[in-house]
Design a protein around this ligand. Sequence first.
Ligand code: SF4
Length: 495
Amino acid sequence: MEKHILSKSTFLRGLQCAKSLYLYKNFIQLRDKQSAETTAIFNRGNNVGILAQKLFPGGIDATPAKRSDNIGAVKRTKELIESGAEVIYEAAFQHNQVLAILDILVKKDNCWYAYEVKSSTKISHTYLLDASLQYWVITNSGLQLEDISLIIINNQYVRNGNVELDKLFSTKSVKEAVIKQQEMVEEKIDVSKSVVANPQLPVVAIGEHCFSPYHCDFMGNCWKNVPKKNSVFEITGIPKAEQFALYYAGYETIEQIPASNNLDAGANAHIYAVKNDEEKIEKVAINKFLGKIYYPLFFMDFESFMPAVPIYNKTKPYQHIPFQYSLHYKKEENAELEHFYFLAEQGFDPRKSFLESLLKHTETEGSILVYDALMEKNILNGLKNDFPEYASAIDLRLKRIIDLMVPFQEKSYYHPAMKNSFSIKNLLHALVPDLSYTNLTISSGSIAMTAYESLQTETDMFKILEVRDQLLEYCKLDTLSMVKIFEKLEEVVKE
Ligand code: SF4
């Protein structure tokens, strides 16, 4: 058997971009280093596949001793099928130098059923393409399938005691959709193989395909000629199509965009600020916003994690479970800044202790400032359902919340370095450049989420302490940033 040319992932890569496939096969060293953020996202829900295997217990794993031995895996799968195995995990097939590794293969009443597990709650177009390729390889390699299904997570499932796998997972046959795609799959396989075999690098301009369905990992190579500063791709808040329309029309930087254009007011505020290198400050609007805020001040930020498989009773898949908060507190205008925090012990349901601690620390009157309050409000509303005995106390906190993002979102304050984005990191970079997340190991909510989730199974005490310190440092910086941003608003209206 010859080594495979395409696998499921390279097939999907080729569908996204021929150049990406070519570079992956021939110049893998040009691939971008995976960011901590991306690694964190990929790591989420990794164990879902193992759990789903329990829907079909007693199976035999066809994974070879050496993971890269795909030919060995194909041979072993064949042997297992011939020897009468009825449930095979990681079943490997190859046809015409295309490799497919299926999560679960099951024999029932002398018919074979294929199952592919996804840690998502929805079936996407990419998942259908993925299943279509699996079906093409498996059936052409000689095994007829009675059905092929995707196993996804049922987001309505509420855990009550032990996880009920039949309720947590939802199995949907995709055979009909997959059969319709077989001709296209065969054509695309031929195209992709010719891309790989061709000695020439395919000519593909950068475009929206660089981001969809996945963020391409060769952008460092293909985007190297895009200006590093003030490129038209820095105008966030407008569709990618509009950014590319500008780029294809010959405008590479914001400074080159003509004053008369079809972009919206937000984008034009950004263009104006960059061209004139000036901030836009509407003191009346900022003053009005500040007028709603009263001491003592609480600067509040939550961190939560979202286990794909609910860990605690009365929680759903991917529910936000709060495990940490940071609170900077200022009693009055000239008072010292104080700091309070909570970080749950790993291994326990953190919700009640989180809530009780938060209520205690926010007992006194005063505005509770949050940056982009949606997540915090959703978590507090969720906690009202989980612990109705605290509902009225939570309502009192909800009423005191003021979103510090509002003056920026409404463009009462605009700085060119914000790049038309209201993320706290962009804001900090623009308004308080001395304060930065750059040197933190945990530097985003996604990384914090994965870090805390990893603590649930960590046994090395040093590692646990290290991660906990990193989490504390990160969340503290979030609320300190809010303090600095608030002070900046006060400063500009006084000037
Ligand atoms: S960055 Fe864009 S053009 Fe370059 S390989 Fe990736 S998808 Fe293709």
